[in-house]
Design a binder for this molecule. Sequence first.
Ligand code: PGA
Length: 225
Amino acid sequence: MHYIIANWKATKNLEEAEAWLKQFLSYLEADRIVRERLESGALKIVICPAYHLLSVVKSTISSIPNFAIGTQDVSSFEAGNFTGEVSARNLSGLVEFAIIGHSERRQYLGETNETVEEKTSLSKKYGIAPIVCIRDKNDVIPHEAELVAYEPVYAIGTGENEPLEKVLALRQSLQLGDNMRFLYGGSVNEHNIVQYSSAKEIDGFLIGTASYEAKSFYNAIRASL
Ligand code: PGA
């Protein structure tokens, strides 16, 4: 299975998300090949919007097989009096995936390897598959991670995707459990995705900028097949 995961970050209000979904679904409707890949389980598309959009995205895509939603974070608190926090328990039954430890959260919001481990474990406890982001081989990969997204900081949002050989060398240096899947993220787009998608060591992608427009995200999916 190939995972193509959209990380919308803090973009999009309700109106923009609805327009994106409408456009994306019209492409999907017209494209038997992508629909067949989803139906057969060869492809999984995951949209990770900010919290306010989770329900609307979910209700729009829920009838499409292997089209899922994820959150961009979970709280390190399990439940209780923590105003403003959204916990894995809050999200259980709503999302299938959680991005954990994105480098932007490590840089701006104090995320550490310790909080990444706590959040991974809470996600698992509540039935949410953790997508753990690492910046290099020194970041800790909790044993409960299901997907590991390698995202070198210099490549995020810069247009400077990391050359395939380097991604493969990093992949080689990791001790991933048998059940863990390896994703690459960092300026992936419709023009450069094909080189990675043909490498059997890479199980999918975490896509930021190129997922903000429905057309460029769809084109990236199409180009990866
Ligand atoms: P980018 O973002 O595709 O804009 O580089 C990827 C990410 O931060 O997950």
